[in-house]
Design a protein around this ligand. Structure first.
Ligand code: SF4
Length: 236
């Protein structure tokens, strides 16, 4: 049987996203995710970098068993893979791991070693953007952990918006949160976090492209440090 969700066109989804962005601007993160669960059902997923499991935890409260999509680039810290495994083991979510078309060894053979140092945009395109787009194919809406306070490039993140590139509804339920709000939620609910956050890292990505942050730097300053690159292509 065809569901209401399956019948929606891109125009209808876009209108839905823009209306919800206005209506839910002041809603709590849980209310935003409850709206997503009711509106999209199984056509909704959460993406997680496994920096922490805050959005996955919130989403599992709104929709037990929710799909949590993780991109395994082949370059993650062991701690990140461990966090993914722990989330899978203890939370009421369905972790889905996406992998690039090429292993790191295959990429090295074809493009030369350390492509991340020479052409990080191409490396991210092959190891993050393409797998995500493949993985999101059957969903109408995806939730992220983007926050407005993370960096100037994220300052205008809507709580619900339209991802024109992928023709999906993009939900950022904690867009209005600060780091203090995240810390308070982690403490209150005992949420799993990546151990690297206790070791000087404020934002955790692939090992070759992530360093600890210095005092006074914004949370994403440790990503692609020394380069103009600030985003991997997943979010703009
Ligand atoms: Fe490659 Fe670095 Fe992008 Fe990871 S963050 S996919 S290693 S360029």
């Amino acid at each position: 049987m065809t569901t209401v969700q399956e019948q929606r066109t891109a125009e209808e989804l876009k209108a839905l996203a823009e209306q919800a962005g206005r209506d839910l601007e002041d809603a709590s993160a849980l209310e935003i995710l409850q709206w997503a669960a009711e509106t999209f059902g199984k056509r909704f997923c959460v993406t997680s970098s496994m920096e922490d499991a805050v959005v996955a935890h919130l989403a599992s409260r709104a929709m037990p068993g929710v799909d949590v999509v993780f991109l395994d680039t082949g370059y993650h810290f062991e701690e990140t893979i461990g966090t993914r495994d722990a989330v899978d083991a203890v939370m009421d979510v369905n972790v889905i791991t996406l992998t690039p078309r090429r292993t790191v060894a295959e990429q090295d053979a074809e493009f030369g070693p350390k492509l991340h140092d020479r052409n990080p945009d191409l490396c991210c395109a092959m190891r993050k953007v393409e797998p995500l787009e493949r993985g999101l194919k059957d969903y109408q809406a995806w939730a992220t952990g983007l926050r407005r306070d993370e960096s100037p490039t994220r300052a205008n993140t809507p709580v619900v918006g339209w991802d024109d590139k992928r023709q999906k509804v993009k939900i950022s339920p904690i867009a209005r949160w600060t780091q203090d709000d995240v810390d308070a939620y982690v403490t209150e609910h005992g949420v799993l976090t990546n151990p690297l956050l206790m070791d000087g890292y404020a934002s955790v990505g692939c090992a070759p492209c992530t360093r600890r942050v210095l005092q006074g730097e914004d949370a994403r300053a440790g990503r692609w440090a020394g380069r103009s690159k600030t985003e991997c292509g997943l979010h703009g």
